[in-house]
Design a protein around this ligand. Sequence first.
Ligand code: ARG
Length: 459
Amino acid sequence: MANKLWHGRFKKGTHPLLEKFSESLSYDRELARVDIRGSLAHAAMLARVKLIAASDLASIKRGLAQVEKEIAGGTFVYRAADEDIHMAIEARLTAIAGEPAKRLHTARSRNDQVATDLRLWLRDKIAGLQKLLRRTQAAAVAVADREKELVIPGYTHLQRAQPVLLAQHLLAYVEMWERDFDRLADANRRVNFLPLGACALAGTTLPIDREFVAQELGFAGLCANSMDAVSDRDFVIETLAALAILFVHLSRLSEDLILWASSEWRLIKLDDAWSTGSSIMPQKRNPDFLELTRGKTGAIFGALTTLLTIMKGLPLTYNRDLQEDKTPLFGAVATAELTLTCFAEFIPTLFFDKKRAAAMLADGFLEATALAEYLVEKKTPFRDAHRISGELVRIAEDTDRRLADLSLEEMQAVSPAIGPDLLPRLNPQTLPNAYRSAGSAGTVEVKKSLARWKKKLGR
Ligand code: ARG
């Protein structure tokens, strides 16, 4: 008969297949450290309200310190029969500390224990992800600053649209990451409440002090309803939703960079250290890092969908289904950590082919909108201005010229409002100097954005 902490009411041992099927120890060891942190606070509280003796607390503390050491040192023996990390630690603690260890689970259930562990774990992870986001932002701001003069074609519908500063394109992602940062902070505001003391679902008849535990563990407050405390994982869903949106952003940046590095664009050449070769085509320089980021986005969305699906239709309160929250969450967080760490290292290696950028600007009538706006300044109604600019584009296109190559007479034949002062507006290279609306992609506003970001990121 297997030696289980809950075996009291059973006559037969667990079927080995069920043991294999239901264990979580192979992955929830990720929670070992926070589980010990939670137990220490719980034990301190039990001693404080005199549910255990001061000497019990001392033995538990000593025992848990040893367990922690064994786990950190890799000597801790994980036995599948222990089911999960909570049981594994308690079993080992009991072997070390004896009688006092058997009092630790007073006024506690694995239901409130695992919810507490998960919140403690997530709180730390969110703080770490936020730091990584800051590093990624700083890397992008540094490149934007280094390349602040560079003008590239901006696109809509993947068609060349208007000239923009490259810095504006990079800073667009810095803005997105700022909202990702805020979404994580906001999720964390709801992560940071203490479930412990909810026990299995109903609370307890014992005189526990939840406020004390919350303070010990640095929680902002208590989960106010015991049944809610043990059964919801909305805080996991919120974090995964924030990560899913973060990966939408990382995946779009990846796509932009894949295009820029493509043989057709040739705007960037990927650094050797961040390119991969082909096993058959010797000339290849592949953007696998970026493709993998785009690909890993699928698993992050999958984690969010998994959690939503697990929770849907789950009756109150705790059900074992909830154990399945862990692999998707741990996987998504680990992927996010690694991906952001890579981006923070990779972004500074981005260098741009200035000649290629200039050649792309020369082609595609990127100055046509500015021409229409020039006419608006000359009091032409915008709809007419749009048509006139379009007609001039057609004339230039038909004769294989650029707008700046048309003679003043040719242009005045289409609109008498056009004067020689139009010419500087027809140079896509200098056009961004003329953008003046707040937040626009030109020299004046981008300079302000760069200054704002450098200040914010302390660079
Ligand atoms: N390993 C379980 C989980 O992750 C811990 C809680 C188990 N509770 C229970 N009543 N079986 O959810």
